[in-house]
Design a protein around this ligand. Structure first.
Ligand code: DQA
Length: 145
């Protein structure tokens, strides 16, 4: 099973960026954590981060026929991007929406998620662990479907 893990804008600044919200570990630590989690579950993963909406759309499109599922933290694009929602719907791959923080407890503008409509599961507020749970969800989901 091949899973694409996409991270959106400013997640490259993990560790530096509002550590009281997003934690002290950096993006490289997140990738290392994901690779270890994937290895333990026998999954193949590719991690990719971009600050650019269109680049993320391109990666979702390119996942068609190559990956079996997508884990996506669209970051700020969660709350603005119909393009990411449409791309996920277009490729119709099972996708899990992940947020490090619990966006449900934050500002009003974070209460909208466009991509959620294309994701059978959303995981928030669990830090890095949320990504591991997303991989586990996809593994079980793919085994059943
Ligand atoms: C985030 C939450 C978003 O609201 C925010 O814009 C981010 C990160 C999270 O992981 O908690 O950049 O997706």
């Amino acid at each position: 099973m091949k899973i694409l893990v996409l991270n959106g804008p400013n997640l490259n600044l993990l560790g530096l960026r509002e550590p009281q919200i997003y934690g002290k570990q950096n993006y490289a630590a997140l990738v290392a954590f994901l690779e270890q989690s994937a290895k333990e579950e026998g999954l193949e993963i590719e991690c990719f981060q971009s600050n650019h909406e269109g680049v993320l759309v391109d990666r979702i499109q390119a996942a068609y026929g190559v990956f079996d599922g997508i884990v996506i933290n669209p970051a700020a694009y969660t709350h603005t991007s119909v393009a990411l929602l449409d791309a996920l719907k277009a490729v119709s791959l099972p996708a899990v929406e992940v947020h490090l923080s619990d966006v449900s407890l934050r500002e009003d503008f974070r209460q909208i998620s466009y991509v959620r409509q294309a994701c059978p599961r959303t995981i928030m507020g669990q830090g890095f662990e949320g990504y591991r749970l997303a991989l586990l969800f996809l593994k079980e989901y793919l085994e059943k479907n």
